[in-house]
Design a protein. Structure first.
Length: 116
């Protein structure tokens, strides 16, 4: 009988290198790109005055705050808690994507623009 634990399954999402061994820099880069793209979409909607008027600006502010939170997490969470750091960075990036998508859908549906 073999009492050794089974080898890690590298195909599991929780075992991917970006969530286990990364320094967190890649999450900041991708999160920054995501935030920049979101701002590039949301600001023109705000300038055009599409209804509801406050949604694109609010979403932009939330996205910037979430990205700032990612930067704080990257430098505040010690490397001894690496999985926590990487998990929080991943959640931050997903939150940026969710807020941006929700804002674009709300503006699109409210302005009568067909969402395809």
């Amino acid at each position: 009988m073999d009492d050794r634990p089974p080898p890690p399954d590298e195909t599991k999402v929780t075992e991917q290198p970006a969530l286990t061994f990364s320094t967190g820099l890649i999450w900041l880069v991708v999160g920054g790109l995501f935030t920049a793209i979101a701002i590039a979409v949301l600001i023109p909607q705000a300038i055009a005055g599409l209804p509801p008027r406050g949604v694109p600006i609010a979403a932009t502010i939330v996205d910037v705050v979430l990205y700032a939170g990612m930067v704080v997490v990257r430098f505040a969470v010690p490397v001894t808690r690496l999985r926590l750091r990487l998990g929080l960075l991943a959640i931050g990036m997903l939150a940026i994507a969710a807020v941006s998508l929700a804002a674009v859908l709300i503006v699109g549906l409210a302005s009568g623009t067909p969402v395809v």
